[in-house]
Ligand binder design. Structure first.
Ligand code: NIG
Ligand code: FE
Length: 414
């Protein structure tokens, strides 16, 4: 018999539920549902009720809920979601940072044999245990910042065995953290230098030898590819994605980072998300806006490389759905501070609070094809973050310096 545990949190000055918002297009702050003097009643790992604290109090007491009595001012948001990271890696690329600041571009470093390949070498050197430990450390740092769901990509293994090693490390790390890690296979990150054969031969070997293992071991449900000059062409990727779709994987794409083109492939394949988009032009913006593919901006990569931001304002005004993620990785985005990056993108791209917060909660959930989180609403996972303020607007205004006081993951305070 399953025991039922109730928890009651409050009083909360403002609970910003993120419920009832359209998935696509521009948002105004007035569209946010804000419950003042709120209480959140949790049943096991899910949200049971969100409403006025004093209205819910008698019920919470009568069912013997554990009371989390808050003293002071707090704003509640759904647990934040980082829908694009590469936090499973070995080593450092401090060298790249220095080289870029001395005038070499990211693509030049990659063409000279550094960049992603450097991290592949360092990640291959790390054993499974080490990779689990590194991934866990980074995931737990994110969790402290209120990020309760974290997508994690492979892509620094680039062989059948090494890609599987990475995905098994992500799976193991997932078992040891309260955060939910959502794994993605990015074996199509760059063509591995040591593979004997063409790029297509490599992709074929991955689809034949890795895809079935992902299914059999439940290692990943999502397939990603980097479409770019130094990575794979749209043509290379076609049959790879075809195979992935046939096998029932969700598709996501590293698209339009330096050159436009990847978003076309994303929309063609009905990808769940197209991420980066720094180089997207009006044509790609229109295309994404008319599709169900979520546009994911990665301001951490723009900051890391000193390049333009994703045209977030234009995407939203055209009617696209916009999520924001950290892209935390050792090369282009080593900072890994989602809230700070989302707030800074907001100042450059003139995003409303509603647009920024939706981009790291409900719209980020959609970018992962997850429908059980991202909102404080009946039946959703009890992933809740409490910030020490009376006004939700302080969260973005302080550009990431306001840290959460409490984080709940599936109803448990972590
Ligand atoms: O999303 N663009 C390709 N992949 C990563 C960077 C990975 C790396 O530089 O190690 C990105 O920016
Ligand atoms: Fe990335």
């Amino acid at each position: 018999m399953q025991t039922i545990k109730h928890t009651f949190i409050g009083p909360i000055r403002q609970a910003v539920t993120m419920a009832g918002l359209p998935l696509k297009g521009a948002l105004k702050d007035e569209q946010l549902e804000i419950i003042s003097e709120a209480g959140i009643l949790i049943k096991n790992d899910k949200i049971h009720q969100v409403g006025n604290y004093w209205d819910l109090y008698p019920e919470a007491q009568s069912i013997g809920a554990e009371m989390v009595n808050l003293k002071g001012d707090f704003v509640a948001l759904p647990g934040l979601i980082d829908c694009h990271t590469h936090i499973c890696f070995g080593g450092s690329r401090a060298q790249d940072y220095a080289m870029r600041n001395a005038g070499k571009s990211y693509l030049e470093i990659a063409k000279a044999g550094g960049g992603i390949w450097d991290t592949v070498t360092q990640t291959r050197k790390a054993n499974l245990e080490k990779l689990v430990q590194l991934t866990l450390q980074r995931a737990n740092r994110h969790l402290k910042d209120g990020i309760t769901t974290i997508e994690v990509k492979s892509g620094y293994g680039l062989s059948v065995a090494e890609e599987l090693k990475m995905l098994r490390a992500i799976q193991e790390a997932n078992e040891s953290t309260y955060a939910d890690l959502v794994p993605t296979c990015l074996a199509a990150h760059i063509p591995p230098k040591d593979f004997q054969g063409t790029q297509r031969d490599y992709l074929k070997s991955i689809s034949e030898e890795v895809f079935p293992v992902l299914k059999a071991e439940g290692l990943a449900n999502r397939i990603d590819a980097f479409i770019e000059e130094t990575a794979f062409t749209a043509d290379d990727i076609h049959s790879y994605f075809q195979k992935a779709k046939e096998m029932g994987f969700d598709i996501t794409v590293h698209a339009d980072q330096f050159h436009a083109g990847g978003s076309l492939v994303a929309v063609d394949f009905g990808a769940i998300s197209a991420d980066h988009l720094e180089a997207s032009t009006e044509k790609e913006i229109e295309l994404l806006a008319s599709s169900d593919t979520i546009a994911v901006a990665l301001p951490g990569a723009s900051m890391g490389l000193g390049v333009a931001y994703t045209p977030a304002r234009k995407l939203l005004d055209a009617g696209a759905s916009l999520a924001i993620a950290s892209d935390w990785n050792p090369g282009s985005a080593p900072m890994g501070d989602l809230l700070m990056q989302a707030a800074v993108l907001g100042t450059y791209e003139k995003l409303s609070n509603a647009e920024i917060l939706a981009a790291i909660t409900t719209r980020a959930a959609a970018a992962l094809n997850l429908h059980d989180r991202g909102q404080l609403n009946l039946g959703m996972l009890a992933d809740i973050v409490l910030f020490p303020t009376a006004d939700y607007r302080e969260i973005t205004y302080q550009q990431g310096r306001l840290k959460p006081s409490k984080v709940f993951k599936r109803g448990i305070e972590v």
